[in-house]
Design a protein around this ligand. Structure first.
Ligand code: 2P0
Length: 355
């Protein structure tokens, strides 16, 4: 019988790692950022969320199970995403009465992360991107990734950048209703296929200060942050887009490291100070610096071959080009293998799977 029919759609969404960081909201309700940001989407063969969305007339209530555990989805952010997606479906149903009334059915969402949740590895980015896309697929919504990014942004800011592959910018926008605060593709993954990302897990523990809380403490108390928003990031966004367009790794690396350091300096300038990086993280910074200096000495010319970046947690992401696999990833793995403080390591690529 049609009334018992179960409708279902599944999708993956990858993690993205920002090289120009999002930190701070100008409108917490609509989740609008104080500055634009730019990220690299990792291959979904590496770190990703898989989500299945289903509904039927007998589904009792909206629910989300993440890694086997029931999640509370009553929060305003998840509700905003569900509301918008249902509204889009309702519009389709009104224009074509033969469509099943999925918008009136409750949703069952089942997600799995293949990496530590809430440990500064962008789990909310992949999580909300997968949730929004799975429901959009279930509802057969004719929306572009940029249109979906506007919905996912309400769930978690960084999620809007996980709806596209490759190099993605999130334009902060100026409209009060957030309509122009969306993600767009700066370049597809195949534009710079040689890019690789090594994820160094310094700690898989849940972070002390959530990004959402931490960034608003920074907005309220850091004077360094004002300069970051007004001057530093607008210039860097342009320079980073250019570096990506021109596949200029040296510029990409310098900008990434500087922006990570500027973001963590703003965290330190927050009252009370927020420490996301730890001794193990600083060890990764030193190692990157040493690799770059060694390369410069050996080659006799300036040019970074690796770039570290840290999100709201101690784990390092190190970008490098495939040609320097041995000089960067090989060295990191050799030195850190089994070393105390590093609980695990993952190699990732932007497009193709690496071990
Ligand atoms: C980023 N981070 O650009 C930056 C760098 C953390 C440091 O986006 O409150 O989890 O859900 O919008 O997206 C983390 O912030 O925050 C983040 P909400 P989100 O990737």
């Amino acid at each position: 019988m049609a009334s018992d029919e179960v409708y279902r759609a599944s999708t993956y969404a990858p993690v993205n790692i920002a090289v120009i960081k999002y930190w701070g909201k100008r409108d917490p309700k609509l989740n609008l950022p104080t500055n634009s940001s730019l990220s690299v989407t990792l291959s979904q063969d590496d770190l990703r969320t898989h989500t299945t969305a289903s509904c039927s007339s007998s589904t009792p209530h909206d629910s989300l199970i993440l890694n086997g555990h029931d999640q509370d989805i009553s929060g305003a952010r998840t509700q905003a995403c569900l509301h918008d997606l249902r509204q889009h479906r309702q519009q389709l149903e009104s224009s074509d009465p033969s469509l099943p009334k999925l918008s009136t059915m409750k949703l069952k969402l089942v997600s799995e992360n293949n990496f530590p949740t809430a440990a500064g590895l962008a789990s909310s980015a992949a999580g909300f991107a997968a949730l929004v896309r799975a429901i959009a697929d279930l509802y057969a919504l004719p929306l572009t990734p940029t249109q979906l990014s506007r919905i996912a942004r309400q769930g978690s800011g960084s999620a809007c950048r996980s709806l596209m592959g490759g190099y993605v910018a999130w334009e902060k926008g100026t409209a009060a209703d957030g309509s122009d605060s969306v993600a767009y593709e700066v370049a597809p993954a195949h534009h710079w296929l040689e890019m690789r990302a090594l994820i160094l897990v310094a700690s898989a523990a849940k972070k002390d200060v959530s990004s959402t809380a931490g960034m608003q403490q920074t907005v309220a108390s850091s004077s360094l942050f004002e300069k970051r928003v007004d001057e530093v990031v607008p210039k860097r966004m342009k320079a980073m887009e250019k570096a990506v367009q021109e596949r200029d790794f040296e510029a990409f690396a310098r900008l990434s490291m500087k922006d990570s350091n500027n973001f963590h300096a703003c965290c330190l300038d927050t009252d009370p100070p927020i420490f996301y990086m730890n001794d193990t993280s600083r060890c990764a910074v030193r190692l990157c610096e040493a690799i770059n200096s060694h390369h410069e000495t050996q080659s006799g010319k300036a040019g970074a071959i690796c770039a570290y970046t840290f999100d709201a947690g101690p784990n390092a992401v190190v970008y490098y080009l495939a040609d320097n696999e041995q000089a960067v990833a090989g060295l990191f793995k050799g030195i850190l293998q089994g070393k105390e403080g590093w609980e695990g390591k993952r190699g990732g690529s932007v497009k193709e799977k690496e071990d």
